[in-house]
Design a protein around this ligand. Sequence first.
Ligand SMILES: Nc1ncnc2c1ncn2[C@@H]1O[C@H](COP(=O)(O)OP(=O)(O)OP(=O)(O)O)[C@@H](O)[C@H]1O
Ligand SMILES: [Mg+2]
Length: 194
Amino acid sequence: MFITIEGIDGAGLSTQSGLLNEYLLKKGKKTLLTKEPTNSLIGGLVKAALKKEWSTNNIALQTLLVADRAHHLASEIEPVLKKNVIVICDRYILSSIAYGSLDIPLQHLKQLNSIFRKPDITILLDAHPKIALERIKTSRYSVELFETEQHLTQVRKNYLSLKNFFSNTYVIDANNPADQVFKDILKAVEKKIY
Ligand SMILES: Nc1ncnc2c1ncn2[C@@H]1O[C@H](COP(=O)(O)OP(=O)(O)OP(=O)(O)O)[C@@H](O)[C@H]1O
Ligand SMILES: [Mg+2]
């Protein structure tokens, strides 16, 4: 079972990924909690570009994200899925497409990502950009590329327009307190996790 958590920055992706992981561990499941961009060399290049430590163009950034994903799947995700581990991935293909399609044609991004495993469950955390930005400002030292209200408003729209891209996608209201958001996630997906 491959579960991905998606949504704009500050929607609470890492918080909810962690809560879901704890919940499943308590139920005696084996899990892998992981994240994209990854901590590999390729993921490091992506993260450094997002923090403006170096600059490249968007097509190079998307290509790096795809390379990072290919490596992530092959080296970490696929091997454990074979052992019936539940994988929770904090950001996946929808994030690349929702952010990337600000600058790159949607069809091209979809094609770049078409070879990858589809998630069994996608949890799309939908938060208002104002609320998400407030959370980012109080939790982080730096605000990254794309993190203005105007950008996040467009990215949020992009995510919502992708809600039928993968089957079993659940849009969850992420403006509520974290424990309520988690209850809503469980209500949507609990019966589907085995
Ligand atoms: N539902 C919530 N209500 C209020 N605060 C929240 C909620 N969810 C997360 N937070 C807080 O907001 C901050 C950002 O949360 P989190 O790191 O989970 O977001 P994220 O979507 O993973 O963001 P990032 O873009 O940084 O990866 C943290 O300080 C977290 O404790
Ligand atoms: Mg996060």
